[in-house]
Ligand binder design. Structure first.
Ligand SMILES: Cc1cc2nc3c(=O)[nH]c(=O)nc-3n(C[C@H](O)[C@H](O)[C@H](O)COP(=O)(O)OP(=O)(O)OC[C@H]3O[C@@H](n4cnc5c(N)ncnc54)[C@H](O)[C@@H]3O)c2cc1C
Length: 368
């Protein structure tokens, strides 16, 4: 038996697990990450990080790395098909997922953290705090933090919850050449396309479509450009430029799980997609995962006891997650309007009122 009885055991070395590990170490609390893969990896797409999470990166001196490795678009241009609706100043940082997890991993190691690879969680004896892995290894730990994503086995084992459910939306993603400085959001009937620069020369393309054709939830379901074009249909020249210069095309179905009543059970706490997988139409799933880790580490450091920290964590996170979940779902409806009159009304409100900025202020505001 390996003794990590003073450590918070984090299952999963994704955005949630790595950022939580960093926040704990910054408070002199000991984490240990167990990851089923043989290395930290993410691929095939970009991700946008908004001010609510950027400000938390700043607290662990990661804002500079984020700026160096990612890209801050100047504006976000909204279009209805090819017709420009409005432009707003952008406040997000866009970065490849691979680079994001890599800078988080580097910071975690720099702060003294350790990731134990090739360890796939299979069970936790919560009375004796003993963790078991598929490779036969077992560890005595202090607490269990589930950062094992939407298909969380820990969530299945300890929380009353349904399985992941197909949201009715699928997404295509690829990274290609595009030297533009701005981000573009093209709205259309039953679909929307997002394009944002992740370096000086590369952009990330996301095409979200409403479809009853279910794809398996996976980062690595590769498809072809022909399939992408067939699914997506009309694209503006900007989007085409990126798509046609891409080499790999990924598609997956978007799944969610019902909102949880409890975020913790005994000495187990849920974070990120394991706690609240949401539809990605406001780009907030990863940002919420970062907020979760920050909130728990701060509370634990202030309160000094795990049980009280769990209670406060749940109290603080539930309303915010509920609000972002609702807004994210509504966003798809706004983006995908088919009715021409409603479309005109939406476009009018977007261009002539401060509705977008107000919505962003609300989402980007995170305080503990
Ligand atoms: C199309 C799309 C676009 C998105 N765009 C954005 C965006 O722009 N901005 C944003 O903030 N969010 C975005 N998101 C959401 C974001 O990707 C997720 O919320 C985020 O990746 C969740 O991170 P996580 O660490 O909780 O889970 P994951 O990234 O799923 O990480 C889980 C980790 O746990 C490991 N693991 C799983 N099971 C086990 C086990 N049994 N034992 C050991 N290890 C295990 C996995 O290998 C993995 O490393 C988007 C999502 C989609 C689908």
């Amino acid at each position: 038996m390996n003794d990590y009885s003073e450590h918070i055991a984090i299952i999963g070395g994704g955005i949630a697990g790595l950022s939580f590990g960093c926040f704990l170490l910054s408070k002199d609390i000991k984490p240990i990450i167990f990851e089923r893969s043989s290395q930290i990896r993410e691929g095939g797409a970009g991700i946008s990080i908004s001010p609510n999470a950027i400000s938390l990166f700043d607290k662990i001196d990661l804002k500079e790395s984020l700026s160096n490795e990612g890209f801050f678009p100047e504006k976000i241009n909204f279009l209805d098909e090819d017709y420009p609706i409005t432009s707003i100043e952008s406040r997000v940082c866009c970065i490849s997922r691979e680079k994001l997890v890599s800078i988080l991993h580097e910071k975690y190691i720099e702060l003294g953290g350790r990731v134990i690879f090739d360890h796939e969680y299979i069970s936790f004896d919560s009375d004796n705090k003993i963790l078991k892995f598929k490779n036969g290894q077992s560890y005595k730990v202090l607490h269990l933090a589930a950062c094992d994503g939407i298909k969380s086995k820990i969530r299945d084992d300890f929380f009353e919850t349904g399985k992941p459910v197909y949201s009715g939306y699928s997404a295509w993603r690829c990274i290609g050449q595009n030297p533009h400085k701005d981000a573009y959001l093209q709205l259309s009937s039953n679909k929307h396309l997002v394009l944002y620069p992740i370096t000086n020369s590369l952009s990330s393309f996301v095409g979200c479509i409403k479809t009853s054709k279910e794809n398996n939830e996976s980062w690595i379901a590769e498809g072809s450009i022909d399939e992408l074009v067939q699914d997506i249909g009309f694209m503006s020249d900007n989007h085409k430029e990126t798509v046609h210069s891409s080499k790999n095309f990924f598609r997956w179905g978007i799944y969610t799980r019902p909102l949880l009543k409890k975020y913790f059970a005994k000495n187990i706490t849920l974070f990120g997609d394991a706690a609240h997988p949401i539809v990605p139409f406001l780009g907030q799933g990863g940002c919420l995962a970062i907020e979760d880790g920050y909130a728990f580490a701060e509370l634990l450091s202030d309160i000094g006891n795990l049980e009280d920290a769990q209670n406060h964590y749940e109290k603080i996170r539930k309303p915010r997650v509920k609000m972002i979940t609702r807004l994210s779902k509504e966003q798809a409806l706004h983006n995908h309007i088919s009715n021409p009159l409603l479309r005109k009304t939406r476009n009018f409100l977007m261009s002539k009122t401060s509705i977008i900025d107000k919505q962003m202020d609300r989402i980007y505001k995170f305080e503990l």
